[in-house]
Design a protein around this ligand. Sequence first.
Ligand code: HEC
Length: 290
Amino acid sequence: MKRSTKSTITVAGVALAAFLTSYTAITAEQGGQAPPPAANTPPKPLVPVAASSVAANPDSYVGEYVTLTGAVEANLTKTSFSVDQDKTKSTGKDVLVLAPTLQKPADANGYVTVIGQLIKFDPAEVATKLKGYTLDLSAEDQAKFKGKPVVLATAVINTAGIDIAKLPIPPMSAEELSLQKIMTKLPPAQAALRKALDGKDMNLSKEQANILKAAFTETEAFWKAKGNTEATNWAADGKKHADAILINLGLGNIDAAKTSVTPLGGTCAACHGKYRERMEDGTFRIKAGL
Ligand code: HEC
């Protein structure tokens, strides 16, 4: 959607041109970008495979990202287990699974679907592929599985459809909670402002524009303290649009005030697009790793 990028100011001499130019960048950013892939998206299509096929012919799967199904043969450590094909007996053809984020032991003898890259087990290669993971297999198991297929699992789905390798969603940090307090003031003020402008309610419009201005001011201070210039500028732009509304309301020009509503909303979208992350439970965080 193309957004209007102009706030109209009716008095000559009110120099708002400078901040208006900054909206070109924002509109460009909003231009129909596809959502980024999930963090654990494999770089190649997943190959579905049974544990028995891998055990019988590991070479054809080395380097592939697989969805491997099999029965849990043994829970070896907190982050590793072996699977084979048969629920009732050991076939001696186990496939090792290393799941650094495993949250609980896999059900013994239960079927699982394991997702991840398949390599031949070698502690040195595991160390390069799984940064930050400490191999906890016994020396005996390391010797046993050396050169055998291992899946470096990012997901382990049990028969209940639960991914037991899924990290719990971290709670909001103190910093995120403080930003959330500011953020939650914005949508109701935006909605109330639109309604007040449509209803030509001057006082209510001013009141809501002032709430928006105050919240943007706090948002600006928040990002400034974090040393993030781009986010600080978006918040400052939002504040300027709130100011433009107040100026036009002061001049009794509701129509002119209305022209700032959409670009004001554009600053939310711009910042959220880059710095807000939606978690699977629907809550938001400051996007990590920027
Ligand atoms: C400069 C960056 C920035 C701007 C501008 C901004 N936001 Fe946000 N907003 C965030 C971030 C980051 C989060 C997620 C982290 C958090 O809530 O602490 C967030 C979260 C939110 C949330 C979720 C709060 C919750 O329930 O957890 C709402 C609603 C929201 N923003 C509304 C708005 C609206 C409406 C505007 C514009 C009028 C706006 N924001 C402008 C960065 C921004």
